[in-house]
Design a protein around this ligand. Structure first.
Ligand code: BG6
Length: 484
């Protein structure tokens, strides 16, 4: 079977940093199906050889010691380059000729990967349609759309409409690279391949859920993009809401794309839309000191680099259980985790027992970087009367499995080639997620409430975040992972 992946934005950062290293790794592991070719398309004029050389250098830079020159040399002949402008319909006709000629009579499955700047998604889709490149005629045609998928509900709807004008929904693969992470998929395995957690995974036993994606890095050189996005668009609309959906959803009847996505959609529908008058109380926003000096950032920018949001799910499983979502740049450490905080025992028998509700059982799912799961529970301190202490059972992937964690893009690219959309967002999912984020952003830009707080890099966001969650009757579980 012949497959061709056409990458639009072939000279860009994403192609060099993520896509090609992932495709090369898949090749090296013998996982790329049949004969797979990769065709780069962008305005820069490269020969096939020059593009291959550039990618060899960037792949080596990103993979370090995992780069094997002889494997690369065997892989490189499957890379081709065709110069063109996504804004020019004529360039898609010449691309079509180029692809038809390479694919030969029997044709190939084609995957079009939009790795350009987002403003070029719509022209690219339109021109694919006009050139007849989307027509299947017995062969498979798929399109991959990178994030950001729109900047709000209105633009996401417009992009969906443009896509649906040319492609069927089953041909469209919207990337959220969090879904390609092993630990994120493991949330489903943990919940639905084990029977013991399910009976307690609900409002009767869970006090609250906390989902944190903390990054130690600042915006670095991405200020130009970030300043018009902010943390709600950059992390909440996609990654954090996906983590919430996987943590809160019901078990699908089957593990297949639409069954999984139907359940996630039900969770997103159950999230109570935030009313303008709730925003000041249920959200918190901050900006790290020094952000305004970053290249590309406006000197008086009021863009949020940290946010905390309290969400409610109106359904039988989760009624009354708050979900606290939090993410920020320039925080204490890199740590992405889901914390399921259980309720206290109904009666405490032991005098030396926990005095605070925050010492009740807790399950911590570490998404990254110390991938694993910890279960926290009370235990008796030996030879100290009935004194108790919170301790934990600690599972670490790195200790149990010798294989390194693959980059998310490996799994996602393979799934697109194999036609499995389970780990990709459907149109209704993306639109529902914007419907949750937009009211918060609208309220933030209309009023000064909650105010934009400044925090020093190297903290868990603004200090007020501690009192904010206390006011909601809870406490953050702040922990920097121990890396070996
Ligand atoms: C991206 C955001 O989607 O995710 C970045 O645009 C962020 O700002 C990144 O740093 C985080 O991804 P990961 O895989 O490093 O957690």
């Amino acid at each position: 079977m012949l497959s061709t992946i056409v990458i639009f934005g072939a000279s860009g950062d994403l192609t060099g940093r993520k896509l090609l290293p992932a495709l090369y790794e898949l090749y090296r592991k013998g996982r790329l199906p049949g004969e797979t070719r990769i065709v780069g398309f962008s305005r820069t004029r490269f020969s096939h050889e020059a593009w291959r050389d550039q990618l060899a250098a960037s792949t080596e830079r990103f993979l370090g010691s995992r780069f094997d020159r002889s494997a690369w040399d065997a892989f490189a002949p499957s890379l081709f380059y065709h110069p063109g402008d996504v804004g020019q319909a004529g360039d898609f006709l010449s691309l079509k000729d180029f692809l038809d000629e390479r694919d030969g009579r029997s044709g190939a499955t084609r995957v079009y990967y939009l790795a350009t700047a987002p403003q070029f998604y719509e022209p690219a889709v339109k021109h694919l349609g006009v050139a007849g490149l989307a027509q299947e005629g017995g062969l498979l045609r798929r399109i991959v759309v990178e994030k950001p998928f729109g900047a709000d509900l209105a633009t996401a709807r417009r992009l969906n409409a443009a896509l649906h004008h040319v492609f069927d929904e089953r041909q469209i693969y919207r990337i959220d690279h969090y879904l390609g992470k092993e630990t994120v998929q493991n949330v489903l395995v943990f919940r639905f391949a084990n029977a013991i957690f399910e009976p307690i995974w609900n409002r009767n036993y869970v006090s609250h859920v906390e989902i944190t994606a903390a990054e130690a890095e600042t915006v670095g050189h991405r200020g130009g993009y970030y300043d018009s996005a902010g943390v709600l668009r950059d992390m909440f609309q996609n990654h954090l809401l996906q983590l919430l959906a996987l943590s809160a959803m019901e078990a699908p009847a089957r593990f297949e794309a639409d069954a999984v996505r139907d359940e996630k959609v039900k969770v997103l529908r159950a999230i109570r839309p935030m009313q303008p008058e709730d925003v000041a109380r249920d959200t918190l926003r901050g900006q790290y000191a020094g952000y305004r000096e970053a290249p590309g950032v406006a000197p008086a920018s009021s863009t949020d680099t940290f946010a905390a949001v309290k969400l409610h799910l109106d359904n039988w499983r989760w009624q009354g259980v708050p979900f606290f979502l939090r993410s920020g740049k320039a925080m204490s450490c890199a740590s992405t985790q889901i914390v399921i905080q259980f309720r206290q025992p109904p009666l405490m028998l032991f005098e030396g027992g926990p005095r605070s509700p925050h010492e009740a059982n807790r399950l911590v799912i570490q998404i990254q970087p110390a991938e694993g799961i910890q279960l926290h529970f009370q235990t008796k301190v030996p030879d100290a009367g009935m004194q108790l202490r919170l301790t934990d059972l600690n599972f670490r992937f790195q200790e149990r499995f010798s294989a390194a964690m693959p980059e998310a893009y490996q799994r996602l690219l393979l799934d697109v080639l194999q036609g499995d959309a389970s780990l990709f967002a459907r149109s209704d999912e993306v639109e529902l997620a914007w419907g949750i984020i937009d009211p918060i952003r609208t309220a933030w830009s209309a009023t000064d409430q909650p105010p934009l707080l400044t925090y020093l890099p190297g903290n868990w966001g603004p200090l007020e975040s501690i009192s904010w969650i206390h006011r909601h009757g809870h406490q953050w579980f702040d922990s920097c992972p121990v890396l070996h």
